[in-house]
Design a binder for this molecule. Structure first.
Ligand SMILES: Nc1ncnc2c1ncn2[C@@H]1O[C@H](COP(=O)(O)OP(=O)(O)OP(=O)(O)O)[C@@H](O)[C@H]1O
Ligand SMILES: [Mg+2]
Length: 249
């Protein structure tokens, strides 16, 4: 379980990223929706502390993340995979090499820098590529893959670290409908295996089709938190309301 309590983030320019956010995530797909600038990325990146909020707690298992020391942070980050809208792959490297990078966090600095991977790691990377439907593309340069294929490499790389949680920041924003369906189906399959999939989305219909749970963010605040079936017009009006529901005062 992943629990967020009383999380606040204000950027140096006084922009409010998050305001008193309290949420609990369980295995399944949770979609985070809300207008541009609502705080979705801030929320997602606070979970693995790519952004450090100034107060509140983020607890995965028994580890508090916001105040964790460097060693504890490294350990807990292995439990949290991430995939990105622009894939964040090394384009010049083969798909399998990108997937292998997913286990760098668990390797010594030297083994990592020398690109030394065990036979077991290489087999696992190949198996994961095959699981995401890319068995035949292992040695292909990522630069030569389609957007949908790149995102599936990104998912295989995240899985390489055997995470409990996968954070996805607009993973389908650059994809066509067929690739969107492939990526979202893959994510829902992972959720059925017990992973927590937390996905920022701009498309409400995609959230409705694939998520078990929806979190609605507006002006840094949670204005909806419930099962997908409860996302009605009233909830949507609240989430996409242009004015702050509660002022920043
Ligand atoms: N590094 C930063 N410095 C200053 N302000 C920031 C920074 N990052 C985000 N913000 C501000 O924090 C607020 C929330 O931004 P965030 O990126 O989390 O929104 P978002 O919901 O992900 O938006 P989008 O849908 O456009 O990706 C916005 O007002 C944004 O301008
Ligand atoms: Mg964003």
């Amino acid at each position: 379980m992943l629990t967020i309590t009383g999380l606040n983030k204000t950027y140096p320019n006084h922009k409010r990223g998050l305001k008193d956010v309290t949420l609990t995530f369980t295995p399944g797909v949770t979609a985070i929706i809300g207008p541009s600038g609502a705080g979705k990325t801030t929320l997602l990146r606070s979970i693995n502390r790519l952004i450090t909020p100034e107060s509140g707690t983020v607890v995965l298992g028994d580890q508090e993340i916001r105040t964790a020391n460097a060693k504890a942070l490294r350990r807990v980050r292995r439990q949290i995979g991430m995939i990105f809208q622009d894939y964040n792959l090394i384009e010049e490297l083969a798909a399998i090499d990108n997937v292998l990078h997913g286990c760098l966090g668990a390797k010594s600095w030297l083994a990592g820098i020398l690109g030394r991977y065990t036979a077991a790691e290489q087999e696992r990377a190949l198996r994961l590529l095959s699981e995401v439907g890319l068995a035949d593309f292992a040695t292909q340069r990522c630069a030569d893959l389609s957007g949908g294929q790149k995102q599936r490499v990104g998912i295989a790389r995240a899985l390489m670290q055997e995470p409990q949680v996968i954070l996805c920041d607009e993973p389908i924003a650059s994809l066509d409908p067929a690739s969107t369906q492939a990526v979202m189906t893959l994510l829902t399959d992972l959720a059925k295996r017990g992973l927590m999939i937390i996905v920022n989305l701009h498309q409400v219909d995609i959230a409705r089709d694939y998520a078990d749970h929806i979190v609605g963010v507006n002006h840094g605040q949670i204005v909806f938190d419930g099962p997908t079936s409860a996302l009605d017009e009233v909830a949507l009006a609240k989430i996409y309301h242009k004015e702050a529901v509660v002022t920043d005062a």
